[in-house]
Design a protein around this ligand. Structure first.
Ligand SMILES: NC(=O)c1ccc[n+]([C@@H]2O[C@H](COP(=O)([O-])OP(=O)(O)OC[C@H]3O[C@@H](n4cnc5c(N)ncnc54)[C@H](O)[C@@H]3O)[C@@H](O)[C@H]2O)c1
Length: 353
């Protein structure tokens, strides 16, 4: 096996800078080549990050590339990833896994058949505060979990939506629910468990120039184990405030603000709790005011987890199966917002927007 696992990027848009920074700062991985259907974009990224720009076909054909990261618009993820599996390579797919559950299933089956690894880039799961909350959930420190909430009161100007046609088309994956909310819907199901029912209301309150998308989501969740939850997500709230994730139980409460544990209080204090209260920096940017206002460290941990999964021949931490449920919850929210009715899960895999 190579000393460093070599990555190629498919898609050189906004998010590619975080994948490039993650890879060039990694001891385990290497950025080999980038490709985009708009070849100038690939050339620009290659010049900035000192790697090769190749055609899309060549990226799939190269024997010296082990992993391809799929960074294309949301509704194209599974088709592109299936091509990666067929080329015999491992794959990191940006969130959401796709826009259709049936496509996620086809993608997972393609990687199982090819014997290659597939990871979904839900990078916020790698945030140290979330890892601490996950461990507390798994070890029962909250007692019975009663409530899991996500508040994503962010701001994006109209030109955020106008920079590419797919960002204005709901079926292609536009809108605050599937674009921004998805990370935090994912965290709630990751922490609290599967969701049984959702109700949602979606509105466009401040982006009149982009009337096709919802810029504000208000949703309630009923988790299978009985807890309730609220997801409030918006790109309309100028200038944007830090994300909040709140978990409340009969024996404890934890609140993450940005990347910091603002509250970490349990009926039974344990060694390590004081350290947990110092996790994260209040100054860190976590996306509240702009799409590029994030660091690359969480993306780097996604890549390094893929490297470890290849070397240890294990599953990556965020599998297609676990991200599938996140997509299912988000799609159920759209279905509920359209019908005005509460929606029970599971959704029919053929459901589409
Ligand atoms: N994890 C995160 O924090 C995060 C942040 C932003 C975006 N994203 C995700 O990253 C993906 C890309 O988002 P973006 O903002 O960079 O979009 P973008 O529109 O800026 O870039 C997409 C790029 O893909 C290219 N492309 C389209 N089809 C292609 C194909 N078949 N082959 C090669 N290139 C192709 C386009 O030409 C474009 O350059 C989306 O899935 C988005 O949800 C994730």
């Amino acid at each position: 096996m190579r000393e460093r696992i070599r990555f190629g990027l498919l898609g050189c848009g906004m998010v590619s800078q975080f994948h490039c920074d993650a890879l060039i700062h990694s001891d385990e991985a290497e950025l080999a080549a980038v490709a985009d259907v708009v070849e100038d974009r690939a050339r620009e990224v290659a010049e900035k990050y000192y790697c090769e720009a190749v055609s899309v076909d060549e990226l799939f054909e190269r024997d010296d590339i082990d992993v391809i990261n799929v960074l294309t618009p949301n509704a194209t993820h599974a088709d592109n990833a299936i091509r990666v599996a067929q080329a015999g390579k491992h794959c990191v797919v940006e969130k959401p896994p796709d826009m259709k559950l049936s496509q996620v299933d086809a993608m997972a089956a393609a990687f199982a058949a090819a014997g290659r690894k597939l990871a979904i880039c839900l990078n916020v799961r790698f945030r140290p505060a979330i890892e601490a909350m996950k461990q507390a959930c798994e070890t029962g420190r909250f007692g019975k979990i009663l409530q899991g909430d996500a508040y994503v009161k962010w701001y994006r100007p109209a030109d955020y939506y106008q920079r590419a046609p797919w960002l204005q088309d709901r079926s292609q994956g536009a809108g605050v629910t599937i674009q921004q909310g998805i990370h935090y819907i994912d965290l709630l199901q990751h922490l609290v468990g599967p969701v049984a029912r959702v109700w949602a209301e979606m509105t466009n309150v401040a982006h009149r120039d982009v009337p096709t998308v919802e810029d504000t989501l208000l949703a309630t969740l009923h988790f299978e184990k009985g807890a309730r939850g609220v997801v409030q997500a918006s790109t309309a709230f100028y200038p944007g405030t830090d994300i909040r994730i709140e978990i409340n139980g009969t024996q404890g409460t934890a609140v993450m603000v940005g990347e910091r544990l603002e509250m970490w209080d349990f009926e039974h204090e344990q060694p390590g709790d004081q350290e947990a209260r110092r996790i994260g920096s209040a100054a860190a940017l976590t996306g509240a005011g702009g799409a590029a206002d994030i660091g690359y460290m969480e993306h780097q941990r996604v890549m390094e987890d893929m490297v470890a999964a290849i070397r240890e021949d294990r599953e990556p931490r965020v599998t297609a199966q676990s991200a599938r449920h996140t997509l299912e919850i988000a799609l159920a929210m759209y279905k509920s917002a359209d019908s005005g009715e509460e929606v029970a899960l599971p959704l029919d895999p053929s459901f589409e927007l």
